[in-house]
Design a protein around this ligand. Sequence first.
Ligand SMILES: NC(=O)c1ccc[n+]([C@@H]2O[C@H](COP(=O)([O-])OP(=O)(O)OC[C@H]3O[C@@H](n4cnc5c(N)ncnc54)[C@H](O)[C@@H]3O)[C@@H](O)[C@H]2O)c1
Length: 285
Amino acid sequence: MEGKVAFITGAARGQGRAHAVRLAEEGADIIAVDICQQIESATYPMATEADLAETARLVEALDRRVVTRVADVRERSQLVAAIEAGIAELGHLDVVVANAAICPIGPDVAPLGFFDALSVDLVGVINTVEAAFPHLKSGASIVCTGSMASMLTGLVDNPAAGPGAAGYGHAKRAVARFVHEAALQLAHLNIRVNAVHPGNIDTDMLQNEPMFRLFRPDLENPTKEDAQPAFGSSHRLPVVTIPPRDVSEAILFLASDASRYITGQQLKVDAGALLPSTTSGAANA
Ligand SMILES: NC(=O)c1ccc[n+]([C@@H]2O[C@H](COP(=O)([O-])OP(=O)(O)OC[C@H]3O[C@@H](n4cnc5c(N)ncnc54)[C@H](O)[C@@H]3O)[C@@H](O)[C@H]2O)c1
């Protein structure tokens, strides 16, 4: 990643921060943005400016340069401004990681939560890629974050998960499709577009009370400890929650020239959760 500049959304904490640090470890400079304020329908606390500053500190501790901006992926002009500020300081743009998202969970989420999830998780991804596109040259790599949950039945499509989760599922499935179509459109420019679909990752988006309730409907007031085995039961490999850094390894591969002839892929870092069963898997083979 030496000599490359990566633009990462939702970089204040969680997976976005882990991606910033992992790419910086391999030599990338980073443009990191995050909304750093609450979106009302989100059922758990979002990141803060202090979180974004901590990401910057971690990147700088690796002797890499970083430009941070508070920006909302729903507002394309804010992304354009952040990218321009980053390029003014860092020189160019080579990698885009469209990672920011919200997952409002539960039957009490207002109907608006459906649209909030779509605006952030789908429109936000398209805004990110479109804002970056004029600056990308041959060899650039775009990675969009989808989700295992959007492809499993009975989880975010469960009525008990509410309208925000339905929006999340719809947005993430559309991100997968968007990646496919964008890969087709940008291939002749030698610009690659891939998706990473995480399983249950150990971040604030997963580790919150409404999520504990979704995974443990059998308990009235499930605790964090109650929820962990249920998180693990989504996976086939023996892991309860996947550390963010394991997703970063996939991001690093897809961002780097090691994957220079790989585009349009839907890479699942889901501990086997989405593997078809033996029968249907054999039928697909
Ligand atoms: N945690 C999981 O189990 C899991 C599973 C599958 C997919 N994902 C996906 O991984 C990605 C990263 O999520 P995470 O697990 O690190 O959760 P997280 O909540 O810790 O991180 C998401 C970040 O995005 C930021 N953000 C939200 N809305 C924004 C907006 N409008 N503009 C700019 N920034 C915004 C938040 O402030 C936060 O810092 C998301 O796309 C999420 O959907 C997570």
